[in-house]
Design a binder for this molecule. Structure first.
Ligand code: GTB
Length: 217
């Protein structure tokens, strides 16, 4: 029985691949594991049945037999740990790849999400014009540091890994902010991730929900 993940029935991004099931779909596609999708509405996410799977009432969740998981990073790590392709075999290299997974989610993603949320929910607030430059600086700092680390390498640490998968999904959230474009190597890095056939399949599957196409792979 294939694992089942929950995803937005109606994603606010209209299928642009920003909702966090995208990274889980991409991981499944990279390792070639089939999966099922269950669509949930915002209302259903707050009901006891879903809260039993996800204490914070969010997507994505993962169910397989008796195992239920939440947190996209934990789900990607679980998938990567069970299949070849997303984590190196060498123990040190594997731990470094996992370190990049944490870096993506706990060091780079927070300022990006903070900025993105402010542009959505604080745009009409009196403090917005003063706050945005401050949020920009935090994002710029992280992008500058990441760009320096990446240099002219293709991926963060050797070959493509789950660390890159998460980092690319995090950087994509910058959308049309213009902040990523100040670092051509990061733009190329994201483009490299998006060009992977597994990313393309995951993106198409997520978009299909919005456009009414097939909902599972
Ligand atoms: N830390 C958790 C994880 O990584 O799994 C965060 C999960 C999360 O934020 N889930 C969001 C959710 O369920 C969907 S992805 N929100 C509903 C709620 O909290 O009530 C976040 C998201 C939503 C929409 C866009 N967008 O429209 O661009 C982008 C990202």
């Amino acid at each position: 029985m294939a694992p089942t993940i929950t995803v937005f029935e109606r994603s606010p991004d209209r299928g642009r691949g920003h909702a966090r099931d995208m990274r889980v779909r991409w991981a499944f596609e990279e390792v070639g594991e089939p999966y099922e999708v269950r669509l949930v509405s915002f209302d259903e996410m707050k009901q006891p049945e879903h809260l039993a799977l996800h204490p914070f009432g969010q997507i994505p969740t993962y169910e397989e037999g008796d195992l239920a998981l939440f947190e996209s990073g934990a789900i990607v790590l679980h998938i990567a740990g069970r299949h070849a392709g997303l984590l190196p075999d060498d123990a040190d290299a594997r731990t470094r790849a996992i370190t990049w997974m944490f870096a993506a989610l706990s060091t780079v993603e927070p300022p990006i999400v903070e900025r993105s949320m402010a542009t959505i929910v604080e745009r009409d607030k009196p403090w917005y014009e003063g706050r945005l430059p401050m949020l920009d600086v935090r994002v710029r700092d992280r992008l500058g540091q990441l760009s320096t680390h990446l240099g002219d390498a293709d991926w963060l640490d050797g070959g493509f890994s789950a660390g890159d998968l998460l980092m690319v999904t995090v950087l994509r959230r910058l959308g049309r902010s213009g902040l990523l474009e100040q670092h051509p190597n990061l733009v190329a890095y994201v483009a490299r991730g998006e060009a992977r056939p597994a990313f393309q399949r995951a993106f198409a599957a997520q978009l299909a929900i919005f456009t009414g196409g097939p909902s599972s792979m």
